[in-house]
Design a protein around this ligand. Structure first.
Ligand code: MTE
Ligand code: HPA
Ligand code: MOS
Length: 753
């Protein structure tokens, strides 16, 4: 696999935050946090901890010179708890010491006294008590009430989906050092450098221009570092600022798992109405999102659940209502798919129930209701270049779905104790930040006098290959060797006011900005050529593979020579450009608009085998046809699809985040929290690129890829469910994910209704 970083990664030469050289005298910090989920702080006793040799300072809320506030969308979250704690892991103090070990030991010596308050962990209970982070929101299309009256069949049900730990290989962390004039520089493992900068400036009470944030690369983010990298950056900066020394803060794995937010668990209700031909006429859903103890990104995540409530189907009458429920868990946050997967799981459950009750094949039902060109989503946008039907027919054809169905049936009639199940999962995912203003990015490009090129953008490399894609954009504009092009760290002093690398939008937004900046320089270079060669019309000048052409004819100029001449003629070899996505808007007062630049489409066929004695299962295969647009980098894109699929299967089948009623996490290590490994991953993952599908709204006709494939994993849940149904047809199975082996075993042998 060729990616900018592959060779360095394999040799262990790539630097992550904790590998970067730090000055001698660097101090180490450790977070001391609430051991209970809800209570008043009666007493904080630091005396024993402070006495420990090597401890330099213990910082609490009262040491914050600015505002004790880290909330992004809603300002409802403190950096350090002051009077009350709201979740297990709520930071209260930061110990700074000569070594990490001393800091950790000292943290254990801090004594707290609390007066316990009631703990809520269940979102429906929170909603019943009025613990909502914002007013419920409803998306409406047509009139469901009238439509249900005309339906031949109406079904209702309840759906539960669980949380998910991001498990980025690199845990959260930051390194900060003071700079002259009362500022700080922070090296952070963040998807959102500007978020870290903004939060730190607020905490320190200094202007943003005094806070510089730099990001080399991340060992994964998956949404977990979109907003939740900020507190650690701010804490390291606060300690550096107060002590006037460099400070590093890196969370140990178990602490990271315990105290940071995860994918939001949801509890949902649905009602679906169909006519006897299997056309879905009406759909209602209510989503109770477990937001945790503060808003974080929950309201935006919940909004995307509403956007994707009908997945890939056209339903003329829809009413979807979303509740953002405050509980005493760590604030949950962005996770690949950003609420979309939770919404799609509910509609897929509803269609499954309808098919089972009506005695129809679910795949036929799905197919009958797929989106067509020009169909309206509940949020008012209409499909354009809709490719879901094409993906569906291609998948049926290329993978011979009929034959797969037959061989599964044949297997099931021959085998008693092993059963196979098959499911199809269509995915339609809106591409753009749902908050319109976030759809902007900038790039800064320099060409040095030796012809080497340096590119800075807002994009953060976290394994998804965005750097390699941006290099290809530069290569496309200048037609030069890829080795000339270097992507610099993401830095708030070089590229300001960055949106986080999220919403699968980094390559689109930063790719367009980079293209624009390069084209500004190219235009100047053409003028230099015209001047040098006495050509009147500079628009016939091109660069092709390092050589300069005029009217298709080779000139004596090479790229290197041209750069030399431009420099000697005092022509600027640097450019900055800004890009914002055109024609998108959304009116929250009406819940209508055109929030997405375009949609990503695809269809996955998932097959599973269940061992009906043990309740264990294997995912035999995942076969996908996906619309990648005209890929900027097919190998990177395929890798994104494969990784997303396995991560999605993990969420739906084996990854189980468990808290007890006291809000204590029971699964804070890989011994208790099982994730897919290479042995579990399906042996057979096939990803076909939908042919002839250029995307007019992406750079060089490409399409975003980061998140959409995760949702194929939902197919694994239904494939397992279908296998269970083969073993015990009459069982009424609940719609509850993850489908762990325990749940499979219960479903096989207990009469659940
Ligand atoms: N792939 C890797 N290897 N590591 C990651 O952290 N994050 C995912 C996805 N793929 C992630 C990843 C998420 S949540 C998003 S939003 C996109 O990458 C962001 O990058 P992009 O906008 O460049 O696609
Ligand atoms: N995706 C990811 N992150 C976001 C979004 C989104 O749509 N909106 C705001 N932050
Ligand atoms: Mo991705 S969840 O938008 O970082």
């Amino acid at each position: 696999m060729k990616n900018y970083d592959s060779i360095k990664h394999v040799r262990g030469e790539s630097l992550f935050l904790d590998d970067q050289l730090t000055p001698t005298g660097t101090l180490f910090a450790y977070v001391s946090y609430s051991p209970i989920a809800h209570g008043k702080i009666k007493k904080i006793d630091l005396s024993e901890a402070e006495k420990l040799q090597g401890v330099k300072a213990i910082i609490t809320a009262k040491d914050i010179p600015g505002e004790n506030q880290i909330g992004g969308i809603i300002q409802d979250e403190d950096l350090f708890a002051e009077n009350e704690v709201h979740f297990v892991g709520h930071p209260i103090a930061l110990v700074v010491a000569e070594t990490q070990l001393i800091a950790h030991e000292a943290a254990d010596l801090i004594k707290y006294e609390f007066r316990k308050l009631p703990v809520i962990t269940d979102p429906r209970k929170a909603a019943a008590l009025g613990e909502l982070i914002q007013k419920p929101r409803t998306f409406n299309l047509g009139n469901t009430e009238k439509a249900f009256n005309k339906c031949d069949f109406v079904f209702e049900g309840k759906v539960e989906s669980g949380g998910q730990e991001h498990l980025y290989l690199e845990t959260q962390g930051a390194f900060a050092h003071p700079v002259e004039g009362g500022g700080v520089k922070i090296y952070s493992s963040t998807q959102g450098p500007t978020a870290v900068q903004r939060v730190t400036s607020r905490i320190l009470g200094i202007p943003m221009h005094k806070v510089e944030v730099d990001v080399l690369r991340l060992g994964g983010g998956f949404g977990g570092k979109e907003d939740q990298a900020s507190p650690w950056g701010a804490m390291a900066a606060l300690a550096a600022f107060k002590l006037n020394e460099p400070v590093k803060l890196v969370l140990p794995r178990q602490v990271d798992i315990k105290i940071t937010g995860k994918r939001h668990p949801y509890s949902s209700d649905f009602k679906i109405g169909l006519n006897k031909d299997g056309k879905i006429l009406a759909y209602e859903a209510s989503y109770y999102q477990n937001a945790g103890a503060a808003a974080d990104l929950s309201t935006a995540v919940l909004e995307r659940t509403l956007f994707h409530c009908t997945n890939s189907y056209f339903i003329p009458n829809v009413k979807a209502t979303a509740y953002c429920c405050r509980t005493n868990l760590p604030p949950n946050t962005a996770f690949r798919g950003f609420g979309g997967p939770q919404g799609m799981f509910v509609i897929e459950s509803a269609i499954t129930k309808a098919a089972e009750e009506m005695g129809l094949n679910k795949i036929d039902l799905q197919k009958r209701n797929l989106l067509d060109e020009g169909d309206e989503f509940p949020y008012g946008q209409k499909t354009e270049h809709c490719r879901i039907k094409r993906c569906f027919t291609e998948a049926e054809k290329k993978y011979d779905l009929k034959k797969m169905q037959k061989s599964v049936s044949a297997f099931n009639s021959k085998n008693k104790l092993f059963k196979k199940g098959l499911a199809v999962m269509p995915v339609t995912f809106g591409i753009s930040f749902t908050s319109t203003f976030m759809n902007q990015a900038s790039a800064l490009v320099h060409i040095y006098t030796d012809g080497s090129i340096s590119v800075s953008t807002a994009a953060v490399e976290m394994g998804q290959g965005v750097n390699e894609k941006i290099r290809n954009v530069v290569k496309n504009v200048f037609s030069v060797d890829l080795n000339r092009i270097k992507i610099e760290t993401t830095n708030t002093s070089r590229v300001a006011n960055t949106s986080p690398t999220a919403a699968s939008k980094a390559a689109d937004l930063n790719g367009f900005a980079t293209k624009k900046a390069c084209e500004i320089i190219l235009e100047r270079l053409k003028k230099v050529v015209a001047n040098e060669l006495n050509i009147k019309q500079y628009n016939n000048i091109t660069i092709q593979q390092e050589t300069i052409y005029n009217k298709g004819k080779k000139t004596k100029l090479s790229f290197d020579k041209l750069i030399q001449i431009a420099y000697l003629n005092r022509v600027s070899l640097s450019a900055q450009a800004h890009h914002s996505t055109p024609n998108i808007h959304f009116d929250k007062s009406k819940e209508k608009g055109q929030p997405f630049a375009y949609h990503a489409y695809g269809v996955g066929i998932v097959q599973a085998t269940v061992d009906c004695i043990r309740g264990t299962y294997e995912i035999d295969s995942v076969k996908v046809v996906h619309d990648f647009g005209k890929s900027l980098h097919p190998i990177v894109d395929k890798g994104q699809a494969e990784g997303g699929i396995v991560q999605g299967i993990g969420w739906m089948t084996m990854e189980e985040v468990l808290y007890n009623d006291e809000g204590q996490l029971l699964t804070n290590a890989l011994s208790t929290y099982k994730v897919p490994d290479i042995h579990f991953a399906p042996n057979d993952i096939q990803v076909l690129f939908l042919e002839n599908s250029p995307n007019p709204y992406g750079p060089y006709q490409s399409k975003a890829i980061g998140e959409p494939p995760l949702m194929y994993g939902i197919g694994a849940y239904f494939a397992i469910r279908n296998a269970i149904k083969e073993f015990k047809r009459k069982n009424k199975l609940p719609f509850k994910a993850p489908m762990t082996p325990e749940n499979v075993l219960l479903s096989l042998y207990k009469n659940i209704s």
